[in-house]
Structures are given as C-alpha cells and as structure tokens.
Design a protein around this ligand. Structure first.
Ligand SMILES: Nc1nc2c(ncn2[C@@H]2O[C@H](COP(=O)(O)OP(=O)(O)O)[C@@H](O)[C@H]2O)c(=O)[nH]1
Ligand SMILES: [Mg+2]
Length: 392
C-alpha cells in the first residue's frame, strides 16, 4: 500500500539513496526522517528508516573503534607518570601557554621556560604541597591540532586520560578560540569526556537474559532506539540502566569502555599581558558555564594560592585526621574521595578485619554545634573531620 508522501520527502529520499559514505548517509537519513508524514499510515515506514539509521550509526561507531584500535596498536593504554600524592592534576594547553612557568612558581621544580615551542618534550611531574598534603602536577607537551595522531601526543593524552583532574591552561595573551578548539578537539579525539557524569548510564554485559533496559524515562530517545542500536551492534544480552538524564551520546559513550571521564577546570594564564582583561571576559562569556575559570599571573604571582585551592577542591577529596583517645590528632591526614563514610576511613587505617572488630567511632568537628558525636560505620565524613576509632 503506497503511503502518501510529500514532494520534499520524495526528493530527500532520492538524495539519501544516491548518497555514499556512512557519515553523509546518516546526515541525509536524519533529514529524511524529519520529512516523514505524521499520519498513521507512515508509522511503519518511519520505524524502518529509524532502524536503518541505528544500523548506520552502529556501523560508524564500529568503524571508528576499529580505526582507533589499529592506531593504538591494540595495546593497553598506560599512564607514563606514576601517581604520587593525594591526587594528580594534569596541565594541558598549547605550547607556550605558561605551564612550566606556573609549575615553577608553585613547586620546587625548575622546568625549562622559553618562548620557543615544545620546551617540555615529555610528560613531567612536580609536587605541589598544600598545607599537609601533596598534589602531583604533571605538565604534558603542548597540544596542537593532530597531537592525537603523533606518538608523543598519544602518550601525553594517555596521561590526561588517567589523571584525577585536567587543568586546561588558556593563555590570555593569545587567541582564546584557537586554543580552546585545539585542546577540546584533541581531548575529545582521545575519548576523554570532561566533567561528565559517568554514572548516568550503567552497562552490564551478561551471558543471557536478552535486552534488559531500566530507567528509560531518563533517556532522551525511546526504548526502540536503544534496542535498534543494540541489534545493529549485534548485542543480544545486556543490562542497560539509565540512572540520570542521559543523551544518546552518553548512552553510546557508556557502551564504549574506552571512554574516560575526567574532572576539569580552566586556568587563564598571563593575566598581566596586554589585552588579557578583554580576553578573560571573552573566555568567561563563552566557557564560564561549562568550566570553572581561574585567572592567574605566574609572573606577577597573582592568585596562585587561590588556584592551588581550586585544584584541591576539584579533586573531590577529603582530609580526615585519625586520633587516639587522650592524644593529639595525627598531623598527616588520610585522603579519601568525597562521599566516603567512616568504614572507608577505617579500612584505610586498619586494612583488614576492622569491621568485624568494630566497637565504636566518634567524630570531632570543631565548628559544629555538636562538637563530638558517636557515629556508626555508615556515617558520612566531612573535610577536616577528626576521627576516633576503637575496636575490640
Ligand atoms: N607576561 C607573562 N608571560 C608569561 C607568564 N607565564 C609564562 N610567560 C611566558 O610565556 C612563555 C612560555 O612559558 P612556558 O612556561 O615555557 O610555557 P609552556 O610551553 O606552556 O610550558 C615564556 O616566555 C614565559 O616567560 C605570565 O604569567 N605572564
Ligand atoms: Mg613547558
């Protein structure tokens, strides 16, 4: 039975059918779908085209994955810098953005600084002490368009993938947009997602049970979209759990175990340079919603302390101080991720068997209304807590 279609639809169908190349076909098919008539008789046709679209997208993903695997030689990625300290921050930026100067200004390191490109040829660490903890800073060689295709670029981006926080350095003496597009582009090609909620979609590959999809109300598409995608990827058994509002891209990312999720902020350098105020304003207007932006001048020593604490906060860690009754608290804190509870601290201090032998815990918070409270193993910890643990 022929479906009544509009002339635009017919024309677009011809264009789509004549188009070659996966990416272009996807674009044309998406256009075609938007021209499908809304009446009931066209529903079946719409369904078929959507299925086709999911197939094309899946093919494209697969092709990209294969390309990636080929390029990286199939080997496992490894950070080339061993992590030390309470957390690691990776400094990324184009060459001459002031990475080495900043590190020299806030650590004991003496990195070479120069106004010619690529003075720091390999990822290089330095230690920043902040009150009673150390944060490891790693400078990676300046990014450029195509970094990801070069050996050293890939190695550098592997450090950025595995780090705890990325500080994007934007040089206020150079064009903002050029720098941002290079940096965001290369990070994206390295499959690094910035400040993105990993937990929005959880994927579990299972041996049987078919397609089990939960929380579909959080997904921007429909259940059929998910199933079409899975069919097209020839995945028969899987659990997909949408836990928070999720876009199609987030679903596709979650299916791809090579995607890394990393916290990020922007450090705007050379705040003393001519025109830096105007550039900062531009940066803030364009990227202020997406990133926290911290202006500094390493040369004039401006806002370096504030920046260091901003890095600390972005690491999402807590400092907890243990204490033995009748004695002063420990000087060195134990460091735990935000969201940790008493049991996590206990596990870190006592390693094994503590939970079985746990008797009681007390938290001392100097500025709290209740200064000392007796708590259970599930009690959430806060920054600066002093923790008294006793066991049998
Ligand atoms: N005016 C100004 N120049 C800076 C500042 N920080 C770095 N520079 C200059 O920028 C150039 C590149 O610095 P460098 O730290 O080697 O950049 P990197 O390539 O990102 O490590 C050097 O000539 C530095 O003197 C700053 O805060 N203000
Ligand atoms: Mg450098």
């Amino acid at each position: 039975m022929p479906t009544n279609v509009t002339p635009e639809f017919d024309k677009q169908r011809q264009i789509y059918e004549d188009t070659e190349g996966l990416e272009k076909r996807i674009v044309e098919l998406e256009k075609l779908l938007s021209f499908v008539p809304r009446h009931k008789g066209a529903e079946r046709m719409k369904g078929d085209y959507r299925k086709k679209l999911a197939q094309l997208k899946a093919q494209l993903d697969k092709q990209r994955e294969q390309d990636r695997a080929r390029r990286s030689g199939g080997g496992a990625e490894e950070g080339v810098v061993r992590k030390e300290g309470a957390g690691q921050v990776c400094l990324v930026g184009v060459t001459n953005s002031g990475k080495s100067t900043l590190i020299n200004a806030i650590t004991n390191a003496e990195f070479e600084v120069a106004d010619y490109p690529f003075t720091t040829p390999i990822p290089t660490p330095a230690m920043l002490s902040l009150e009673d903890i150390n944060i490891q800073l790693v400078e990676i060689p300046g990014l450029f368009e195509g970094s990801y295709d070069s050996g050293i670029g890939r190695q550098s981006l592997a450090v950025a993938r595995n780090t705890d926080c990325i500080a994007i350095l934007i040089d206020l003496s150079q064009d903002i947009e050029t720098q941002m597009s290079i940096i965001l582009g290369e990070l994206d090609r390295a499959r690094i997602r910035l400040n993105r909620e990993k937990s929005a979609v959880r994927i579990e590959r299972v041996g049987l049970g078919g397609h089990q999809i939960y929380g579909i109300q959080y997904y921007e598409g429909t259940r059929d979209d998910v199933i079409d995608y899975l069919h097209a990827r020839k995945i028969t058994n899987i659990i997909v759990r949408f836990q928070k509002p999720a876009t199609h891209q987030q679903f596709v990312d979650a299916m791809d175990s090579s995607v890394a999720y990393v916290r990020a902020l922007v450090v705007a350098t050379k705040g003393d340079a001519p025109n830096s105020k105007e550039r900062f304003q531009e940066l803030d207007e364009k990227y202020g919603e997406r990133f926290e932006i911290i202006p500094i001048s390493a040369e004039k020593n401006e806002n370096l302390d504030g920046m260091a604490w901003a890095l600390y906060l972005r690491l999402d860690i807590l400092r907890i101080y243990t204490k033995i009754p009748g004695k002063r608290r420990e000087v060195k804190p134990i460091v735990l991720p935000v969201g940790s509870v008493v049991e996590d601290a206990a596990a870190k201090v006592h390693k094994e068997l503590f939970v079985e032998r746990f008797k009681s815990a007390a938290i001392i918070r100097e500025n709290d209304k209740i200064k000392r409270r007796v708590v259970g193993l599930n009690y959430p910890l806060a920054e600066g807590d002093v923790l008294q643990l006793s066991h049998r």
